[in-house]
Design a protein around this ligand. Structure first.
Ligand code: AMP
Ligand code: MG
Length: 334
């Protein structure tokens, strides 16, 4: 995540009455380098919404890679410091997930992603020699946690670009529940998280964006779930060699993933888990992702390939509505 120092409220809260004395309030903001929209239904939705905005800004202040006062910036610039609960939770979760996926997920790739310019937008293809020099700095097993202190070796750096928004969504949902809200929909830059059902008691209908047209390619009805997508199309550059290089990396090679996947959507209860998985399944590729899913029964998955094939896990059978033409439609079976 880059350049999200300047935060600005884009729209003020809009209030309108709905049935049973409940009101709807919605608000949009720019944070974590994305445009976010939050809809809340309840008795005092405007209050809950304001607390939500403050919470999102607080998490961003802690985990931003570009705000000089953030924990992550300070750790990445050689300080050995005690960190906020947000940073500690994400570091522990990120390292656990890295261990569990044998480094397919790696929250310490920042030195490599920086060399490609993904942190600044000044894109370039580094030499193989340069990549090989940087790879040892992405060894997440060297990161030490002592109480609330995190110790990175010189040159190493953390980046929660793959899980920060999912974590934020979970924290927002907790806050909304604590404030008596039973119905809300978060759109954190395409990361959708639903609290409860819609105010009229029906499920939320969530569109899943086509990697090719940007329009909805499918839709799914959910309540109390996260629907989180990783797309190569979200951030990439075309180099002089004519090749597209995407922002999702294979940590073993230090190069952007190029495995025929265009997008992965995960449906799970936790936003943090779904966010970690969306990135990880993307890096794993179709076969390994299918095999990972077969060993974990707590999420569902939709994969779009660059050839416009659609794959989805069998738990979604009958729940997924297809809204576009695909080269092929395939169900991933247990
Ligand atoms: P997402 O959109 O959730 O897939 O997150 C993508 C972001 O995660 C990138 O922009 C990088 O900041 C970071 N990232 C890229 N590759 C990896 C990886 N293999 N493991 C963990 N984080 C990654
Ligand atoms: Mg992710």
């Amino acid at each position: 995540m880059n350049k999200y120092v300047f935060l600005s409220a884009m729209l003020s809260a809009a209030l309108l009455f709905i049935s049973c004395g409940e009101k709807k309030a919605s608000s949009s903001l720019n944070a974590m380098d994305t445009f976010m929209t939050i809809q809340v239904y309840g008795k005092k939705p405007d209050e809950a919404l304001e607390k939500t905005r403050q919470l999102i800004y607080q998490i961003e202040r802690n985990i931003s890679t570009t705000n000089e006062a953030s924990d992550v910036y300070r750790l990445n610039h050689g300080e050995k410091i005690a960190v906020s609960n947000d940073t500690l939770t994400l570091t522990k979760y990120g390292l656990d997930f890295a261990k569990q996926t044998d480094g397919v997920f790696n929250p310490a790739l920042y030195p490599v992603t920086s060399a490609w310019g993904f942190t600044t937008g000044d894109y370039k293809v580094p030499s193989q020699n340069q990549i090989e020099k940087l790879l040892p700095l992405t060894d997440y097993t060297k990161i030490q946690i002592d109480g609330s202190s995190i110790n990175l070796e010189d040159g190493m750096a953390l980046d929660f670009g793959a899980i920060g928004k999912g974590y934020t969504g979970d924290e927002v949902i907790k806050l909304l529940k604590d404030n008596g809200i039973k119905s809300a929909l978060l759109d954190l830059g395409g990361n959708i998280q639903a609290l409860g059902k819609k105010a009229d008691g029906t499920e939320w209908n969530i569109g899943i964006k086509s990697p090719w047209t940007g329009k909805a390619a499918a839709s799914i009805k959910i309540s109390d779930k996260a629907v989180i997508t990783s797309g190569g199309y979200e951030r990439f550059f075309t180099a002089d060699d004519g090749h597209n290089y995407i922002h999702i990396f294979d940590g073993k090679t230090g190069r952007p993933v190029d495995n025929g996947i265009a997008g992965v959507t995960i449906i799970a209860e936790s936003g943090l888990y779904a966010d970690a998985l969306s990135t990880t399944m993307f890096v794993m590729g179709l076969e390994d992702a299918a095999s990972y899913w077969r060993h974990h029964s707590d999420f569902e998955m939709i994969i779009f390939t660059e050839n416009q094939d659609l794959y989805y896990t069998e738990g979604l059978d009958g729940k997924l509505q297809l809204l576009a033409d695909f080269a092929s439609v395939n169900v991933i079976q247990k």
